[in-house]
Ligand binder design. Structure first.
Ligand code: ZN
Length: 253
């Protein structure tokens, strides 16, 4: 399948959804958690980014947050993020389901974004569930303190899903509903190794609808997907927009 055929497929669809993974943000300079050259190559992420580690060694957890995760908030959306926002504005896709925590879809102008793994915009208290703006974490760390909940005084953490935590129920339910209703799914930059996100394309296929992968590198759906476009998202999606006569722009530039 080429981009002309994909554009035709998009035009014919009524309920297309997109699912994205780390591969869409590598062109914004963010590391891929799981690729061989990614952030976690040679280390076990669960050693730091788990609820168990968060409670047993919060200083180390927050050092990692401050040095590695917090700087992600300076990243800028790239051409692929902007292209997806343009597709949504044009009414060609209904939603973006993302495994990313970097908020770059929203920064590019996407409106309906379902975040399966949380985000770095806010913090939350694992004990009582209260939410805080992420600045509550940053201010505490800058003052040399660990961030604590104003209500229950337990530690609060960035609102990202840690390796031993469940995904947010609401986001999972929304993602399943979108996938179940979809008549086309575009998977961009996800190796589809992590559940339950990797089950969503299967749901679309089982409903008899096409799934198209835009991804560099193998996935478990390479044989069953309707089509695979082995191309960088930052090239393929803007070209797709051009074929469709759309002009992506940066919302916040
Ligand atoms: Zn609390």
């Amino acid at each position: 399948m080429d981009l002309d055929a994909l554009a035709a497929l998009l035009r014919r669809s009524r309920r297309a959804v997109v699912m994205t993974g780390a591969g869409i943000s590598t062109e914004s300079g963010l590391p891929d958690f799981r690729s061989p050259t990614g952030l976690w190559s040679g280390t076990n992420p669960a050693e730091i980014l788990s609820l168990r580690a968060f409670y047993s060694d919060p200083e180390r957890f927050f050092r990692f947050y401050r040095d590695t995760l917090a700087p992600w908030r300076n990243a800028r959306p790239n051409a692929a993020h902007r292209a997806l926002a343009a597709l949504e504005r044009a009414g060609l896709i209904r939603a973006v389901i993302t495994q990313n925590i970097d908020s770059l879809h929203q920064a590019a102008g996407s409106q309906r974004v379902i975040e399966l793994h949380g985000n770095l915009r806010q913090a939350t208290c694992p004990r009582c569930g209260k939410f805080y703006p992420i600045v509550a974490v940053d201010d505490a760390l800058a003052a040399g303190r660990l961030p604590r909940c104003a209500d229950c005084s337990d530690l609060i953490k960035p609102d990202v899903v840690l390796f031993d935590e469940n995904l947010p129920e609401r986001a999972v339910a929304d993602a399943i509903a979108e996938a179940d209703a979809a008549d086309l799914m575009l998977v961009v930059g996800s190796s589809l190794t992590v559940g339950p996100a990797n089950q969503l394309p299967g749901l679309v296929l089982a409903n008899g609808h096409p799934v198209v992968l835009i991804n560099l590198g193998p996935t478990m759906y390479d044989q069953t997907a309707t089509a695979v476009l082995a191309a960088p998202a930052g090239q393929a999606l803007p070209r797709l927009c051009a074929v469709l006569g759309l002009n992506p722009r940066s919302e916040l530039a």
